[in-house]
Structure formats: C-alpha cells, structure tokens
Design a protein around this ligand. Structure first.
Ligand SMILES: Cc1ncc(COP(=O)(O)O)c(C=O)c1O
Length: 389
C-alpha cells in the first residue's frame, strides 16, 4: 500500500531538523526556534486557570468565543476596525489561519507568489493546496524588503495570491511605508488576494509600523493574519486569528470546522484578557528584544566573515556568512551542522528558508542576554579557529 504523494512529498523544516539534532546533545545554546523565552504574562495564565477550574471544558463555537472575537476587534479598532460578528475568526495558531486562508483563496494549479527567504511552513502550505509556488527574492542590498518591480514581473494570469510577511521571519525586514504603498498601487487593480502575515507587527524597533491594509482598497482583498504566540509569549497555547471580508471568513470557518473544529474556552478567554490587560507587558518584551537585537548585531559585526542587516522587527538576525562559506567550502547547512557539533550552538541554515537564503544563517535572539553573549563568543571562537579570514 502507498501513502499519499502529498504526505510523502512534504519536507520537514530546517528549524526542526536543527532543533532535533540539538536535543541529542548536552551544553547547547539554542538560537533556533522562534519563540520568546518569556513565560506568558501572569494575568493570562490566572484567567485561563480560573476558567479550567470553573469547568469550562467543553466545545466552543467554530469561529471563536464572542469574548475573544470582540477583544480582537477592539484591539484592531484603530487599524482594520473589523466587525467581530463577521470579519474575525480564531484559529489553532496563525499557522492554521494561514493554511485555511490558502485553502479558501487558491485552487490547485493557481500560482502563489512568496517573497523569499521565507518561513518554511509557507512552502509546505502552498504545496498542500496544490498551488504552484512562485518565489520572488528579497535582496540583502535592499535590506530584504521586497521590490515591487520584482513582484510585478512575477505576476501572470494564473497568479491568485501573494503572501507578505512583515516583519519577516527569517530576515527581520519590515516593509516600509513607501514600499507598502507601491505594493498597494500594484495590487489594487489586479485579481490577486493578499495574505498578509503580520504576526510580528507589535515587535518593531526603528520606524512606525505600516500595514498594507491601511491603503485604499486593500482590506477588501487581504486576509490579515496574526496571533498571540509572539506578541504575548503564548506559543504553546496555539491561538491565532484572521481578519478578512465576511465571505472569506465564512468559508475559512467551514474549513476550520472540518479540521481543528474549535479552540479551548480557557485559552481563548486567557488571550482575550491578554489583549485587554497586557499591552504594557507587550511593550516590556519589545524593549527587551530591542536591547538583545542591538547586542547581537554588535557582536556579529565583531566576527570576521559575518555581517548582518539591522533587523527592524521580529527577533531574528539573518547573518551573511558568505565569506566564511567560501573560505571553508561549506554551504549554510554544513556550516550550521559543523558549528553545532564543535560548539553546541544551534542556528538555522538560510537555505531552509528558500534558495535565496543560501549563504546566510538565522540566529534567533529571543533568548537571554547572557546566552547571547556566550553563544556569540563560541561562534567567534569557531570562526577564528579556521584562521582563513
Ligand atoms: C512568520 C510566521 N508566521 C506564523 C507563525 C506561526 O505562529 P503560530 O504559533 O501562531 O502558529 C510563525 C512562527 O514561527 C512565523 O514565524
């Protein structure tokens, strides 16, 4: 008997490959999985625990509990101002919302444009709907911000959707206001949906954040994706959400009903409490990531053969290791494996984020400052040990 071609064809992510490899070793310093090292803020945990205790152990509405849908709508009152009764849905992490969006908008054979380097799951998710992936590279010399002309050149009559991710995982690039406007001008007249993954939008450091949805005609054709994992350190709670036109949300909810069905009430009420009462905690965590960003960038600049574009958001440094790769004859995957074996420092090869990522490694800095110092000092020792740069 044969398993499905789809299942057999799906690749695991390079992030998990490195993570699993590191699990077999002692004294590692992990710069891999993109998750905050903070524990979820206490008011959220207290709220959820109280709800479990009170017996909230049952199924919930597919689209989400009204309390959470309303809290999300209120949180977005100044930007998307969605109607909580028809334009918001809750999902099993942003991951599921992204998959439901693709299933809702795209048919097999349609083309989906993806700006790369990109979060590995997009590749698998586009494959799962049977769409054709069209990669548009975001260039290092443009701080990894996509060039609207490159996107224009990638559009064909078969293009059905484009996935935008700002701030970006893995590059930390934030799409600036002018580029957002140029993209909006390009996409306004086209029959192309936008899936805008803005899960890191509360974690920006240098300039005010702009969403493509703020430009005329964009809300109507965009599925806005966000979640609680990054901004409220709730990765393990598996809660995300989508905001879109009522017709899109209605259809995404049908898919969600058939897939995940619904999310636990205590988690949803915990998240609602977070949106209402934990905005100061989001700011405290953001400031801490900003300090770590500055620290890690200064330490990277001190290492021969490595350089980094200042990441404007999220918590990733996408480090150019091309001189080191050239001098040692190792590609980014071989370098990351060698680094792990010799120093116990776990990073992710840039090639895991698409071909455009070759020659880079991703370092997650959502980790304590002492660990950043120790990990970067081991990396420096490793590079200097080659004596070639
Ligand atoms: C760009 C991006 N989108 C979505 C997700 C998924 O988030 P969630 O935990 O809400 O599923 C991640 C997680 O790393 C991510 O980096």
């Amino acid at each position: 008997m044969e398993l499905s071609k789809l299942a057999k064809g799906l690749k695991g992510s390079a992030i998990r490959e490195m993570y699993n490899q590191a699990m077999t070793m002692d004294d590692t310093i992990s710069f891999t999985v993109g998750e905050p090292d903070f524990v979820t803020p206490k008011p959220i945990i207290d709220e959820a625990c109280a709800r479990w205790e009170s017996g909230m152990t049952h199924y919930t509405p597919n689209r989400g509990l009204p309390e959470l849908l309303q809290a999300i709508a209120a949180f977005h009152a100044d930007d998307l101002s969605p109607d909580p009764d028809s334009q918001v849905m809750v999902s099993c992490g942003a991951t599921e919302a992204l998959q439901m969006a693709l299933f809702t908008l795209v048919d097999p054979g349609d083309e989906v444009i993806l700006v790369t380097p990109a979060w590995p799951n997009y590749f698998g998710q586009i494959g799962m709907v049977g769409a054709r992936l069209v990669c548009v590279p975001a260039r290092e010399e443009n701080r990894f911000v996509p060039d609207p002309d490159d996107i224009k050149a990638a559009i064909t009559p078969k293009t059905k959707a484009i996935i935008l991710n700002s701030p970006s995982n893995p590059t930390g690039a934030v799409i600036d206001r002018d580029t957002c406007k140029a993209l909006a001008d390009l996409l306004r007249g086209q029959d192309i949906y936008i899936i805008s993954d803005e899960i890191y939008s509360r974690l920006v450091y240098d300039t005010p954040y702009t969403s493509i949805t703020s430009f005329e005609g964009m809300k109507e054709k965009t599925v806005y994706i966000s979640g609680f994992s990054k901004m409220l350190a709730m990765t393990g709670w598996r809660l995300g959400y989508a905001i879109a036109a009522p017709e899109i949300i209605r259809n995404m909810t049908k898919l969600h009903e058939n897939g995940a069905s619904c999310l636990p009430a205590p988690s949803q009420l915990g998240a609602a409490c977070g949106l209402k009462h934990c905005v100061p905690e989001i700011e405290t965590m953001r400031l801490s990531y900003l300090r770590r960003r500055d620290l890690i960038c200064s330490l990277i600049h001190d290492i021969p053969g490595m350089s980094v574009q200042n990441p404007g958001g999220a918590f990733y440094a996408f480090v150019n290791v091309k001189p080191l790769a050239e001098a040692t004859g190792m590609n980014s995957r071989a370098l990351c494996m060698d680094l792990l074996k010799k120093t116990g420092v776990v990073t992710v090869p840039g090639s895991g984020f698409g071909e455009a990522g070759e020659g880079f490694i991703r370092i997650t800095y959502a980790t304590a400052e002492e660990k950043i110092r120790e990990g970067m000092s081991r990396i420096k020792g490793y590079v200097e040990g080659f004596n070639v740069l």
